[in-house]
Ligand binder design. Structure first.
Ligand code: SF4
Ligand code: SF4
Length: 257
């Protein structure tokens, strides 16, 4: 099995599902940071745009045994045989060789949406319309991130604009790469519960690498062999069983616990 990247850095995340309370601050911060426009009136659940969706998952038991968990789901940054990269006829999806981040190049995208079909995590979104912001709100757009146009796919890229800014700062100070605290995605910064830890998985001394090695840390759909660089953590057995099942069971079929 080929690695799709040969980088020194391997940026990734560990999301603690026992900490997340579903407040959605990460989703809001992500949309503001990356100029993801608000939903238009004609938007429905299948045509909306977001780079980070928080799912509520229940164990299916009746009270008092009922349990629920919130699962923030950005692009999982697949490391092996990255499905969206493999299918794109335009080379509009790339793995950044320096960081391992799976990036989208909107100007190359022809809108065929093969990548959306191939992505096992449903982490890609299509621009059905040109972006629109309420009057005056366009003045608050992030100048470091180009809005995407109608007809192209977009997704989480670990806040590429922030990476570029951190790199520029590091270069100005004569360093090759940003320090860990200089490059932090917006969702990580916004989470009031500290549920998302980000950093270099290739650095064994980093907090994210150490958390990723903990016994109660796991990845979604590992059986597919995509080796996501987004990891999850929970000490709750029913959550771990749900992850192994791939979030595909119905409420009745889901595990009690
Ligand atoms: S989660 Fe989907 S969009 Fe992200 S790298 Fe994997 S296949 Fe591509
Ligand atoms: S929709 Fe765009 S990014 Fe996706 S496979 Fe087609 S050309 Fe590539």
């Amino acid at each position: 099995m080929d690695r799709t990247e040969t980088s020194k850095l391997r940026y990734g995340m560990v999301i603690d599902l026992d900490r997340c309370d579903g407040c959605g601050a990460c989703m809001v911060a992500c949309a503001v940071e990356n100029n993801v426009p608000p939903a238009q009136p004609r938007t429905n659940d299948r045509t909306g745009l977001t780079w980070l969706r928080v799912f509520k998952v229940e164990n299916g038991a009746d009270y008092p045994a009922s349990r629920s968990v919130f699962v923030p789901m950005p692009c999982q940054q697949c490391e092996l045989e990255t499905p969206c990269v493999s299918v794109c006829p335009q080379n509009a999806v790339e793995v950044d060789q320096a960081t391992g981040i799976v990036t989208q190049v909107p100007v190359r995208c022809l809108g065929c949406r093969y990548c959306m079909t191939a992505c096992p995590y449903h982490a890609r979104y299509f621009n059905w319309w040109d972006p629109e912001w309420p009057a005056g709100m366009e003045k608050t757009l992030n100048p470091d991130v180009a809005p995407r146009m109608r007809g192209v796919v977009e997704k989480c890229n670990f806040c590429h604009g922030r990476l570029q800014a951190a790199r520029a700062q590091a270069a100005a100070e004569g360093r090759r790469e940003p320090r860990e605290d200089e490059y932090v995605p917006a969702c990580v910064e916004a989470c009031p519960r500290g549920a998302i830890v980000f950093g270099d998985l290739a650095d064994p001394n980093s907090k994210v690498a150490q958390l990723a090695q903990q016994p109660d840390t796991f990845q979604f759909l590992v059986r597919l062999g995509t080796a996501p660089k987004v990891h999850y953590h929970s000490r709750q057995p029913w959550v771990q069983r749900m992850v192994e099942a791939g979030l595909t069971r119905t409420k009745k079929e889901s595990a009690n616990g």
